[in-house]
Every structure is written in structure tokens, then in C-alpha cells.
Ligand binder design. Sequence first.
Ligand code: DCP
Ligand code: MG
Length: 369
Amino acid sequence: MKHIIHADLDAFYAAVEQLDNPELLGKPVLVGGRPENRGVVATASYEARQFGVRSAMPMRTAVRNCPQGIVIAPRFTRYREMSRRVMDIFRSFTELVEPLSLDEAYLDISAAVNQAEGRWPLGVALELKRRVKDETGLTVSVGVSVSKSVSKIASDLDKPDGLVVVPPGDEPGFLAPLPVGKLWGIGPKTAERLKSEGIDTIGILAAQPPDWFARVFGQRAESVRQRAVGLDDEPVHTERVTKSVSSETTFPNDLSDRAELRRVLEALADGVAGSLERKGLQGRTVTVKMRLADFATFSRQTTLPAPSSDAAPIRETAWRLLAAELTPGRSFRLLGVGVSNFAEANAVRQLSLWEYGLTTEAAKSADDN
Ligand code: DCP
Ligand code: MG
């Protein structure tokens, strides 16, 4: 039997801001873009969440709901550094760590558990929480069970500073009263639809007959049904096949000059081409990532006629994508170029920066990571 932890830091960006500036402790902190720049909330401290502030909400709305909120611009370098420290603590418990984002990971702690010697999953989880708190000052919410999907749901239930253990065998009973939307693979639209059929909890969902599952979920029927009763033997993946090679840069000052943007973009494209060359990869999809002055972040992509690792087509394609987004007065904080959709199957096994959702201060290629 495996023992899996899902760990997720509480109000991560806001918690780092409170850690670095104790005057913010206990106060409603809104991390994100300025309201006057049409910024959005990246995250809010739990003090601010009491006023209904949520991630991805326009900052203008957040400030209206929570006028005493203190708006702070994100400091990605600092968050990345704290993330690295937390992930290092996770890796001191087990080599089997699968990061999902900067603040979230699965850990397979089976080897650390030995119930005959009194080392229970609960003890490992408590030790993990204590060490993260002592060594970084951050609080982490933890879910523990024999599977990834149940642990992920469990870690979210008792936030902040949560700890929820689901003993082996208790999965169906644990899941049954929860809303269907908590299940991986059931988004808000599907949840609405199920609700309209009277299926609002995972328990009611799990009780549906197999032909109902087949009709509603098609090919996914069996995997959804299994997850609804907590059956999931998905292993913790420590490595992934490289899916993209990318490079991005944050500017010391926002850029709006067309020629300058083009120069930066082409340098990024050249870096990516070089990296593809060294890895022996050729990709078809070119992506340009943009972050505007108000922190709005988005990307545009297109497909090349044939897979390539040459700088010229990557440069040209990237510029075409960026040029379409240039409007008078629009200025950029960050640009990135990525290539994906590789022709070769023998991609180097490693995590790419973008899979971690990372940003780099200077142009830097994924293989430096
Ligand atoms: N984030 C973001 N934009 C979003 C969602 C999240 O920029 N729409 C960033 C800010 C968060 C971090 O990612 O601090 C981690 O995301 P979580 O969903 O784990 O949110 P938090 O850690 O902030 O809060 P919690 O996990 O306590 O709910
Ligand atoms: Mg979090």
C-alpha cells in the first residue's frame, strides 16, 4: 500500500509578503496588479478572503469588497526562492516528490512509513508541517491517504494550516458528502449539469449505474467512476518528458517600444532555438507569453508548417504573434518564447520551467534549471 501526501501552501504569495513585512501580519493583503491598471488578484491573505476576495478577481472588485485591503505587487523571484526551500524540505522526506506548481506537490511517503515501528502517515505529515513552519515560517495544508486524488481533496478541506488524514478503506465515505466539483476532471460546467440532474454530491454520483456513466462521461466513464469512490493508483511522477522549451525575461522597466520589443523577442527566440538544437528537439508550436504592465498574463500560439529548431522561423513566427498584440499605449513587463509539440519522442526527461509556472528575471533557457 502506498501513502501519499498532497501539500499546498496557504495563501502563498500573500503569506510570503506577510513573512517579509511583519506589519502585514493579521491584515488583509491583496497581491496582484493595481486596480487603476485593470489588475487582477493573484491571491489574497485569509484576512481578505473573509470579505469575499478571491484569486483571479479584478483588483477593482477586490478593493471595493475589502477597502482596507493592502495591495501589493507580486515579487516572483522571492516566491520562487521560497518555493525552492519548501520543495527541498519535501525532498528530505522522500525522493518521490512531484511538484504541481510553485506551492503544491505530491509526496510518496511510503518508505518513510513503518507502522510496526510507530512511524504512521499522520506522524510524517505533522513532522512535514512543523519543519516547513520552523524552517520557512510558512504554513502548509496537508492531505494524507493512499492515493493522489483523495489526498489532493483532503489538503483543501481544512485550510489554512490544515491536516486531513483519510485512513485506507474510508475513501468512499470521506468523498460521499462532498460536492461533485471537488473531483478531478469535473469542472464547473459539468458540475452544474450534474446538479441539474440532482447529482450534487460525490456519493450520489458514485451510486449511478455503469450505463449512466458511459452516457455522461464517454471514454472517461471508468476513470471518473473510480475516482468517485477513491480508487486511484496513479504513481507520483518525479520526472516528466520535456514538453516545451522556453525562455522568458522580465524587464526592469515596462517596455512599449516596438523595435525594442522585437529585439528582445528575437533574442529569446534565438536562445530557445539553441536549446532545442542542443537537446536534438524539433518543435512545431511556437508560443509567445506576455505579461502587461497590469500583470495580466496571457499567451498566443501558432503552428509551424514543419517541426523546426531553426532560429529564423521561430523568430518570425514569434514576432508575428507579438506584433498582433501591440496596441498604442500597451506596455509589457515580461516576454517569453516557447516551442513545443516535438517531432522527436526521445525528449530529455526533465521538468521545464513553464511546467512549473516559473518566470525568470533574465533570459534563461529551460535546460539551465
Ligand atoms: N495564483 C495566481 N493566480 C491564480 C491562482 C493562483 O497568480 N488565479 C498564484 C498565487 C497563489 C499561488 O499561485 O499564492 C498558489 O495558488 P493556490 O491556488 O494554492 O492559492 P494560495 O496558495 O494563494 O491559497 P490557498 O492554497 O491557501 O487557497
Ligand atoms: Mg496554495
